[in-house]
Design a protein around this ligand. Sequence first.
Ligand SMILES: *Cc1c(COP(=O)(O)O)cnc(C)c1O
Length: 428
Amino acid sequence: MRYQRSSALYQAAQKVIPGGVNSPVRAFKAVGGTPIFVEKAKGAYLYDEDGNRLIDYISSWGPVILGHAFEPVIKAVIERAKLGTSFGMPTALETEIASLAVQMVPNIDKIRFVNSGTEACMSAIRLARGVTGREKIIKFAGCYHGHSDSFLIQAGSGAVTFGSPNSPGVTQGTAKDTLLAKYNDLESVAEIFKENENQIAAIIVEPVAGNMGCIPPKEGFLEGLRSFCDAQGTLLVFDEVMTGFRLAPGGAQEKLGVKADIITFGKVLGGGLPVGAFAAKNEIMQHLAPEGPVYQAGTLSGNPLAMAAGLAMLTELNKNPSIFSSLEAKTKTLHEGMESILLRKGMPFQINRFGSMISLHFTAEEVVDFETAALGNNDFFKKYFHGMLDEGIYLPPSAFESYFLNDALSMEDIYFTLKAFEKTINGF
Ligand SMILES: *Cc1c(COP(=O)(O)O)cnc(C)c1O
């Protein structure tokens, strides 16, 4: 494939945009090479600026679960745009999508819309702190909750230490209130609770982790978090920005049967437009301004174009829940195909899969947390990524990301992908 135009566009972009991109993972730093500039997309396919067609396994990092340029979403946005793009006043549309979300997601009475997953998680934690009157939170190494200060903290040497910021600009003062635990390790959580008795406002967790590859929760892990929270008056926040409306109509809560106190959303909820949200029962949401004292606001929150896209998306998922099983079946076919090719080749690998999320790590160790995810061989991953790209398959350009399948992918696309996979792996 040729990437001449992409290269030229990347050069031009770097002059006026830091690193040439508006979100770092797009820059291909982990895999090397030139980021591909997309011109348009339809269904399961991306068309880049050089005219290459790529089968897309990112789906905009999750949002376009029904494929690109999905007709009902596009139509809703176009129709809505003709009526004005933003008012800074309430619209009936917001109540309509809120009602549908509350109906689809278990265990919530009210939902507040924001503009991104980052904003949703940031606001959810402020709300948890406001409700409990406590300052400390627990997060898990390798879980991503957007780029607000409290979350840019990673494991130091031990899991049970005060976090140190992993980005300049995050203050020690902020970092000290974020306590780090190990994903799938209840012992690490128990120790933090013991050392900070009745001081933890919230645990925030990705119920299925998707930002260190895909890492499903071990049996009993989320239930364990639930009981710790119940015992100490801590709120359990499920960050469902990735899993919400992807694993099931009611997200991970429904799929895994564990109830959270506050749930955050993004990605699929906006159908490809910038939307985030957080939701909870009345007794928690009543603390939020203007009903209560916990402040949170947004000039473009509940934006009519974004709400129209989200409503069209949720309506489709709600009336046709077989989408979730069909997506899972496609992902399973991909999984089994990759597995048999890798076994034949005799390469060390782990494939983790949950619903329509899947990832491949080149390591013999079971991948259950950040440490084990980091054992993957990145040279293999780079070679794999570029090999697949040469065959017209667009994978996440980092081993620490999950693939997100979309329902426009046909079984033929999956088989085509597996052929490309076999060719790539045999080239190792
Ligand atoms: C993507 C993501 C976020 C951040 O959402 P943005 O819209 O990128 O700000 C937060 N949490 C999880 C689990 C995510 O996957």
